[in-house]
Design a protein around this ligand. Structure first.
Ligand code: PLP
Length: 424
């Protein structure tokens, strides 16, 4: 595999950007490699600066549910560009996107469009605090909700991959208001609620944890969170930045039938552009300025180009809901291939993670039994066979509508060959 041009670019990048990248996991450090630099992408494939082609199961960490450079999305974006890139004033398209989101996700009675998942969750938590007049929040160890200060505590993949428990630079006071519970452990939530009675503004959770590898909620766990939030006058926030429009048009809340007070969406909702959304109950969202006293704003919020990509993507998904069955089936085939070579696999819809462990993976502690060195070897094998999975044991694999049966079979074959190699 030729890598000279990517190496060259990485050296130049490393002089200018910490680790040579603009987001840590991209640096490939935990798998002991240097990253490839992407030149272009089409459908299920990425092409790097040395002309190598990779079958892509990262899908830009989730947004690429239709595959890369989907023709009608690109065409709509190109056309929108001709009318100007940003106005800082309202547009009809923002209304249209919000209407589509509401149609798919009825709990989104009101919403705000922002630029990233980080902003969406940060703002949702601020609204929860403003609405309840309480300061503390409950989050789960191993769940990632973006890199805002109060949420960057025991926050999953990026930090786990770099063996960093918590980020430096987060004031102790911020972290102290973030109470940590164990995912899928009801008792830990109950205890925190009792010890902080009347002080918890919200419980924020990834309804399917996907930033410590995929860890599904145990039966009844999300319902339990709904009930205990209600009993304590706290709000329930589902961070659907990954699961939104991925597990179905109505996200994890539709998949599991639990209605949160607030939700956050990112990735797919922006169709590959920097866009995210948060929203939910009308009475809660009415707290936001200029209607209420919770402040949140953004120069590029509801950017017309990003909104266009989101609208086109949602329209395609709404017109072709069969996509969800297809990508689920494809992911199920991958799941079987990994299981057949003796790995533990968690899968929910088109999200899956093979874990290099023999233990059932159902919480943060069991995630940590995974052998990251074995994962690194597997990652390199796949990459050298033209298949790109996330460069971390603690990330999900994403299947897109552009992954054909032939591509899935080729991937299963590669996994089987890897299984044979492991036996030798
Ligand atoms: N919430 C979840 C569940 C995520 O997976 C992520 C990013 O991967 C975020 C929030 C932050 O989103 P962004 O990277 O767009 O800031």
């Amino acid at each position: 595999m030729k890598v000279t041009r990517s190496q060259e670019l990485f050296e130049r990048a490393s002089k200018l950007m910490p680790g040579g990248v603009n987001s840590p996991v991209r640096a490939f450090r935990s798998v002991g490699r240097t990253p490839f630099f992407v030149e272009k992408a089409k459908g299920a494939y990425l092409y790097d600066a040395d002309g190598n082609r990779y079958l892509d199961y990262v899908c830009s960490w989730g947004p690429g549910i239709l595959g890369h450079a989907y023709p009608s999305v690109i065409e709509a974006v190109q056309k929108a560009c001709e009318n100007g890139l940003t106005f800082g004033a309202p547009t009809e398209k923002e209304v249209l996107l919000a209407e589509l989101v509401q149609k798919c996700v009825p709990s989104m009675e009101m919403m705000r469009l922002v630029n990233s998942g980080t902003e969406a969750v940060m703002s949702a938590v601020r609204v929860a605090r403003g609405f309840t007049g309480r300061e503390k929040i409950i989050k789960f160890i191993g769940c990632y909700h973006g890199h805002s200060d109060g949420l960057l505590v025991k926050a999953g993949s990026g930090l786990m991959t770099g063996s960093i428990p918590d980020s430096a630079g987060v004031p102790a006071g911020y972290a102290a208001a973030t109470l940590l519970a164990d995912y899928n452990d009801r008792e830990s939530v109950r205890r925190l609620m009792e010890e902080n009675s009347g002080e918890v503004a919200c419980i924020v959770v990834e309804p399917v944890a996907a930033n410590m590898g995929v860890v599904p909620p145990e039966d009844g766990f999300l319902e339990f969170l709904r009930d205990i939030a209600d009993e304590n006058g706290s709000l329930l926030i589902f961070d659907e930045v990954i699961t939104g429009f991925r597990l179905g048009l109505d996200g994890a809340q539709g998949y599991y039938g639990v209605r949160p007070d607030l939700s956050t969406f990112g990735k797919i909702v922006g169709g590959g552009m920097p866009l995210a959304a948060y929203g939910g109950r009308r009475d809660v969202m009415s707290c936001i300025a200029p209607c209420g006293s919770v402040y949140q704003a953004g120069t590029l919020s509801g950017n017309p180009i990003a909104v266009t990509a989101g609208i086109e993507t949602l329209k395609i998904l709404m017109a072709h809901p069969e996509i969800y069955n297809e990508i689920d089936r494809a992911a199920a085939r991958l799941e079987k291939a990994y299981r057949d070579i003796g790995l533990m696999v968690n899968r929910v819809g088109s999200l899956l993670s093979p874990f290099f462990t023999e233990e059932k993976v159902w919480d943060y502690k069991s995630v940590l039994t995974a052998d990251t060195a074995a994962f690194a070897e597997y990652f390199s094998w796949m990459l050298e066979h033209g298949i790109y999975v996330a460069p971390s044991q603690f990330e999900a694999m994403f299947v897109s509508a552009a992954h054909t049966e032939g591509m899935i079979e080729q991937t299963c074959e590669c996994v089987r060959e890897y299984g044979e190699k492991l036996k030798r």
